[in-house]
Design a protein around this ligand. Structure first.
Ligand code: DC
Length: 652
């Protein structure tokens, strides 16, 4: 396995994955949960055991602080045993260092109020991030706090006040910080929120964890009422980090194939687990079970407008996805992240996408991105792990993306570059193909679409690709006899097929390619060797991206995928096919229709390059006199038999 970072530590070259993803990944425990659990366990009476902890800079910052405050932590692999202080936090002898960790800075400061005194410092980047609403609330509770910019010195502890108001519109971390310390105040705390809370799911996460460790938290119309009485130590299994999970799951959508995140299930208390719905809206298929999340993508993404206010850490991931979607996407509800996170992720995403040649713009409450191809450049990462991990995703599909300062991913996910290696190593390069070939009117398209639907596989109608070229040729006025010019037109056209639609150079031509003019031009166009070579390449790479697919045409089982997993040759008598076509088109002249079909058969099966013939190992299905459902059943059954019994059977 070649490591992404092998060549240079200050820049990483991302190599595209030429294949289809097929990985089950294990991710480190949720940083948000671990850092909350460490605070609560440090305040609790007795011992707590946290398992599933993934170690990163932010979590080490937190363990350093709570240890200095009197908790004892023993680490064994991904398990942390914490002996709590029962709310009697020690005054730290030296200043505490939150490093670059926002949760550590915000959650630890009120503990200095409990300790009665102490100093908190942090990395300069963190010093620029806001603390004021929290400092203001601590002062209302009687604590003497030097300033509202880090480093901050606390010179006296909380007094007797049991009520305060906090500005809820800047960061939910301030609210979580006060809530967590509240059970250790003599009289508990009534916390009133001023304004609408941002990132509500994170507040829910805090409350859920506090309750798990025995705290009494009630919601009030104004905010929360927390009972005194402290916490009791306990065992807690930490879920995989849902924000981190957005990267491999988005990779499945962008590259194509499937990725499963083990351990992240439908009962997750992390708001960012909701990103699966964003992927679904963009066209990926998503399954969330009790203990896993699976995304299967095709590499084709729909543009969407989405409010990310409740999962703002996913904003850079969404920007990368939007850059690959075919149209304009918009993220809203994230104005507040411009000042509270490691970088201004709205401006940073827009700047870097523009550097890649993608049309993007900062808007009032978020950003707009119009997807498209990108240029070969090095992208900046602003000492921001999420910028690095999101932008790296784009390099998985198109070559030439370098990521500057890849080490910044260590902040939350030191294993990120290894994860990309895992996805690459496990990607499949030979797709599983159900090839359906046959003449016009044999019912191929209807059968292929229905079988694909039943088997949950993507479907490629290669006839639509030849029709798209024929349309482009007719529109350009080039003579079909000019093979070089027709081939050049095929080369120039950007043909995308998926989701029942056909796009040529971004235009939806699904209807335009079905006109009689295109139908009569397509067979001679499809006989041109240059055209076939171009479309064959596209069909093979389309299938590689998807990993498994139903593909219909004339030469799929003979020329495009001679090793296809399962081959069907679907036919019917000329008369029957003419009857079906006439019923479709409303034509009354059956003889004329039979003649036209016979003529297309003749051209398609006598042409020099990849003529329409039955492959030796194809199952012949003559649908004359059969119902469509009967044909679908036979094809699907045949596939299932081959796949279940055959070598390398698909276990999905
Ligand atoms: O399936 P259809 O009628 O949409 O196909 C249109 C034409 O494209 C058909 O006349 C033959 C050609 N074709 C081909 O040569 N090879 C394929 N794999 C698919 C279609």
């Amino acid at each position: 396995m070649t490591h992404e970072k092998a060549t240079d530590t200050s820049i990483v070259h991302i190599r595209p994955i030429d294949g289809t993803l097929d990985s089950v990944v294990r991710l480190p425990g949720s940083k948000s949960l671990v850092n909350r659990a460490l605070i609560i366990a440090a305040l609790a009476e007795g011992e707590s055991r946290l398992s599933g902890v993934g170690w990163s800079d932010d979590i080490e910052a937190m363990t350093g602080c709570v240890t200095a405050l009197g908790a004892t932590i023993r680490v064994d692999g991904d398990v942390a045993q914490i002996e709590g202080t029962a709310g009697r936090v020690r005054r730290p002898e030296q200043s505490l260092d939150a490093r670059m960790s926002g949760t550590t800075a915000r959650f630890v400061l009120p503990l200095l109020g409990l300790a009665g005194a102490g100093t908190l410092t942090a990395h300069p980047q963190m010093q620029a991030r806001p603390m004021a609403p929290l400092v203001d609330a601590m002062r209302q509770l009687g604590s003497a706090v030097s300033t509202d910019v880090l480093p901050i010195e606390v010179t006296s502890g909380f007094g007797n006040a049991d009520r305060c108001v906090i500005d809820a519109g800047v960061s939910s971390q301030f609210i979580s910080a006060l809530l967590m310390v509240a059970p250790c105040l003599d009289d508990g705390l009534r916390l009133d929120l001023h304004g609408d809370a941002v990132s509500q799911p994170y507040i829910d996460m805090t409350v859920s964890l506090m309750r798990a460790f025995g705290a009494g938290v009630a919601k009030t119309p104004e905010g929360f009422d927390v009972a005194p009485g402290g916490y009791r130590g306990g065992n807690h299994l930490i879920e995989p980090d849902a924000s981190t999970a957005t990267y491999p799951l988005a990779a499945a959508a962008i590259v194509g194939g499937r990725v499963v995140v083990d351990g992240l299930g439908h009962d997750s208390i992390q708001g960012d687990a909701g990103f699966a719905d964003v992927l679904r809206s963009m066209g990926a298929r998503v399954w969330v079970d009790a203990d896993r999340t699976e995304v299967r993508g095709s590499g084709i993404l729909r543009p969407i407008d989405v409010n990310l206010g409740d999962m703002s850490d996913t904003a850079p991931t969404f920007a990368a996805l939007a850059a690959r979607a075919d149209g304009e996407s918009r993220a809203t509800g994230i104005g507040f992240i411009r000042t509270t996170k490691e970088s201004d992720r709205v401006a940073a995403s827009v700047t870097e996408l523009r550097r890649l040649g993608i049309d993007a713009e900062v808007e009032e409450d978020g950003y707009r991105v119009t997807g498209g191809p990108h240029e070969r450049v090095a992208v900046e990462t602003y000492e921001d792990h999420r910028m690095a991990m999101s932008l790296a995703l784009l390099g998985l599909v198109e070559p030439g993306i370098d990521v500057v300062d890849p080490g910044c991913a260590d902040k939350t996910f030191p294993g990120f570059w290894d994860l990309l290696d895992q996805l690459r190593a496990e990607a499949r390069t030979t797709p599983l193909v159900l090839a359906i070939d046959g003449p016009a009117g044999s019912g191929k398209s209807t059968v292929a679409a229905a079988v694909a639907d039943r088997l949950h596989l993507p479907h490629l109608d290669t006839g639509a690709m030849y029709r798209s070229v024929a349309l482009a040729v007719l529109r350009s006025g080039v003579s079909i006899d000019n093979h070089a010019a027709v081939t050049a037109a095929a080369e120039r056209s950007d043909i995308r097929v998926g989701g029942g639609r056909v796009l040529v150079d971004g235009e939806d031509v699904s209807v335009a390619i079905r006109t009689p003019e295109v139908t009569s031009a397509v067979s001679p166009v499809a006989a041109i060797h240059g055209v076939r070579a171009i479309l064959a390449d596209q069909q093979r790479s389309w299938a590689r991206r998807r990993g498994a697919a139903v593909i219909e045409g004339r030469d799929i089982g003979t020329a495009i995928f001679p090793d296809a997993t399962c081959k069907i040759f679907l036919t019917a008598s000329v008369e029957e096919r003419a009857r079906r076509r006439a019923a479709e088109t409303g034509d009354v002249d059956l003889d004329d229709m039979m003649q036209r079909i016979a003529e297309r058969d003749r051209i398609d099966s006598t042409r020099e390059h990849d003529p329409l013939v039955q492959a030796d190992d194809a199952m012949l299905l003559d649908s004359t006199g059969m119902t469509i459902d009967g044909v679908i059943d036979q094809v699907a059954d045949h596939w299932e038999r081959v796949v279940d019994d055959g070598p390398g059977g698909m276990s999905r």
